[in-house]
Design a protein around this ligand. Structure first.
Ligand code: ACO
Length: 336
């Protein structure tokens, strides 16, 4: 059994924040940010918007393009590290889409690599049998976990959602060729937003801050902590290796790839990977300048723009690769 991509969609918050806007709150400049990262604008979630609403909008557009009725969706995978419910936000999206038949819906947490993992998971479900239409949504609102006084990180991120519909097909039509996925927990120290345990004196913790003889803790998450140089170094090393491995597993060479579609983290990372793989700039998809690093949303957001603008056409081969916190990274060779 094969699987193929049959629709994509995306959604971004309405508020656009430029580098000049950020220079009013931290000691930075448009020049520094654009030269070091390639980012000029990003969208930031306001109080009236939500991760779930963005994800639903992106999913609806993808279903519309795919001409798939929400009732025919068998599985909803929400790739996010910023759910609105610690227990998972995917079922809320399934509900909002009105998928009758209560298809399985759950979250995948893998930061910027989340969408890649969701895509490969969808393919595995379909190939295993019993699943025909899988909605894979990448959505993140990292603005909620950014330290807005840290100029080293707050300039990088933006909020967005992107989605694709992966559909069962014959093996002749198969559109997912090879993939390569990895994690390295040792690298977590370079990029994380970990729990902070704090004793609190709220009534739920008992009058002396102790219940049942052990001191309960309330957890909250720290803002994003990042060693940018180390993350940069590892991304430039791991991503080309991963794409080469995915190509090898697919039995393809770099020359059969029409588009290189990397997680949109930093222009210099994208350029370095393209150079290493000898992919010319005109075959690299990038919308980083407008949206910054949107974590799990970045690949489907860039894909959606490229498809709707007519850049990516039916039958084109794409090498997609994500890299991010965990650390996690991975690549997939897909046909649009
Ligand atoms: N504006 C002005 N100056 C700044 C800013 C800023 N926004 N941020 C840092 N600086 C200063 C630093 O304080 C430092 O000053 P100093 O020399 O006086 O100490 C100087 O600029 C150089 O700082 P570095 O951190 O060394 O700058 P670098 O060239 O490494 O660029 C950057 C930083 C852009 C973050 C880069 O390391 C990078 O892009 N790394 C990859 C990060 C990334 O992509 N992370 C996300 C991937 S994973 C995921 O998506 C979750």
């Amino acid at each position: 059994k094969g699987c193929k991509l049959v629709g994509c969609g995306s959604a971004v918050p309405s508020l656009q924040v430029s580098n000049d806007d950020l220079a009013k709150v931290v000691d930075t400049s448009d020049e520094w940010i654009s030269v070091r990262t390639g980012i000029r604008n990003r969208r930031i979630l306001t109080g009236k918007e939500s991760l779930t609403a963005l994800a639903v909008e992106a999913a609806q557009k993808a279903l519309e393009m795919a001409k798939v009725d929400p009732d025919d969706v068998d599985l909803v995978l929400l790739c996010t590290s910023t759910p609105e419910d610690l227990f998972g936000s995917a079922p809320q999206i399934q509900k909002a889409l009105g998928c009758k038949g209560n298809p399985l819906a759950y979250d995948i947490t893998a930061a910027c690599s989340g969408f890649l993992l969701g895509l490969v998971s969808a393919a595995c479900y379909i190939r295993g049998g019993g699943f025909n239409n899988v909605l894979v949504i990448g959505a993140d609102v990292l603005s909620r976990y950014v330290d807005w006084t840290d100029r080293g990180t707050c300039i990088l991120f933006g909020d967005a959602a992107g989605a694709v519909v992966v559909q069962a097909c014959s093996s002749e039509e198969d559109g997912l060729f090879g993939f390569d996925l990895h994690s390295d927990g040792d690298g977590q120290r370079h990029l994380n937003a970990s729990t902070m345990n704090e004793n609190e004196t709220d009534p739920g913790l008992g009058s002396n801050g102790s219940v049942l003889g052990f001191p309960p803790k309330r957890s909250s998450y720290s803002c994003i902590q990042m060693n940018g140089k180390e993350v940069f170094r590892l991304a430039v090393r791991y991503v080309p290796q991963s794409i080469e491995s995915a190509l090898e597993k697919a039995g393809l060479s770099g020359s059969s790839i029409d588009w290189l579609l990397l997680h949109q983290a930093n222009r210099r990372i994208i350029d370095a990977v393209a150079t290493r793989l000898e992919v010319p700039p005109e075959r690299v998809i990038s919308n980083l300048a407008n949206y910054g690093n949107t974590s799990a949303a970045s690949i489907p957001l860039a894909l959606d723009e490229a498809v709707r603008s007519g850049k990516v056409k039916s039958g084109h081969m794409i090498a997609a690769s994500g890299f991010g916190a965990g650390l996690t990274w991975g690549s997939a060779i897909v046909r649009w």
